[in-house]
Design a protein around this ligand. Structure first.
Ligand code: NAP
Length: 256
């Protein structure tokens, strides 16, 4: 039997683990796909391609041209479009697909969370809560909704510098997780933060800020995830690999 061709849509922490494992197993030809939003990419095994496919039709064409046997959508939990495109393209092209999406965080005892539907609602919540010094971790391309908050200082943490920086009063820290509790606590204290704004990405790599906020009695505005896509979803990289193994044994009957 020839090697199975696997298309891995990257963007999440889980994508790296899946790529390493699939590459190391043998019996697979791995293609790792990045959207190309960041200049510095995590190193990945396999063949790497960069850039959009050109919508659902483009992805269908790609799946057929590249003779892809299985698609693993390991884009970030806040990727709103690609999971829908992946699901539709798999259905049309008859390719088996799965989405890896870690569970969201949920508030525990002592947390003061304000759940909001999107970034505009997060900006409105900053105003209604009367916050003055906000730790903002929503990403460098999603700062515009906060631009009108002239009286608020933002501590912005991003992987690459925001360009342009739409916020009138901001300090930018460039860093990539994982982050630990002591450092997160120090950050909140040193910058006199009175509110944390975060997307509900889930996972352990960036959860320490929530623990630090809880300890310090700082409220959190938590942005909910986009609606789930149509592919069947698993929670971990290990689950995705189990799905792939099951597919090889003929145990997966549903493409999406
Ligand atoms: P999105 O809204 O789901 O995707 C927008 C478009 O980008 C897609 O329609 C697709 O273009 C292209 N695209 C997305 N992921 C791709 C991939 N892995 N390979 C090839 N093309 C891809 O996603 P987004 O929120 O703009 O995020 C872009 C990328 O950054 C995603 O891969 C995501 O995993 C990663 N990321 C996002 C966040 C976040 O908070 N949104 C956080 C961390 C990482 P075509 O329609 O032309 O195919």
């Amino acid at each position: 039997m020839s090697d199975r061709r696997v298309l891995l849509l990257a963007g999440s922490t889980e994508a790296s683990a899946i790529a390493r494992e699939v590459d190391g197993r043998g019996g697979y030809e791995l293609i790792v796909s990045f959207a190309g939003r960041t200049k510095s990419r995590v190193d990945m095994p396999g063949e790497v391609r960069v850039g959009g496919f050109g919508g659902i039709d483009g992805l269908v064409t790609y799946l057929r041209a590249e003779r892809v046997d299985a698609l693993i959508d390991a884009t970030h939990p806040f990727a709103a479009t690609m999971p829908h495109h992946a699901s539709e393209a798999c259905r049309i092209a008859g390719v088996a697909g799965v989405r890896v999406c870690r569970p969201p965080w949920s508030p525990g005892a002592g947390d003061q969370w304000h759940a909001v539907a999107d970034l505009d609602a997060a900006a409105a919540a900053i105003e209604s809560l009367g916050a003055r010094r906000v730790f903002l971790t929503t990403g460098r391309q999603e700062l515009a909704p906060f631009a009108g908050l002239d009286d608020v200082f933002f501590l912005v943490r991003t992987i690459e510098p925001p360009d342009p920086m739409p916020l009138p009063s901001a300090t930018v820290i460039l860093d990539r997780g994982p982050f630990d509790l002591a450092a997160e606590r120090r950050l909140l204290v040193d910058h006199d933060i009175d509110l944390v704004v975060s997307k509900n990405s889930g996972g352990s790599a960036t959860a320490a800020k929530l623990e630090a906020a809880r300890e310090l009695g700082i409220p959190v505005v938590m942005v909910d995830r986009p609606a789930p896509a149509g592919l069947s979803t698993v929670a971990t990289a290990a689950d995705a690999l189990a799905w792939l193994a099951e597919l090889d044994q003929g145990g997966v009957v549903q493409a999406g």
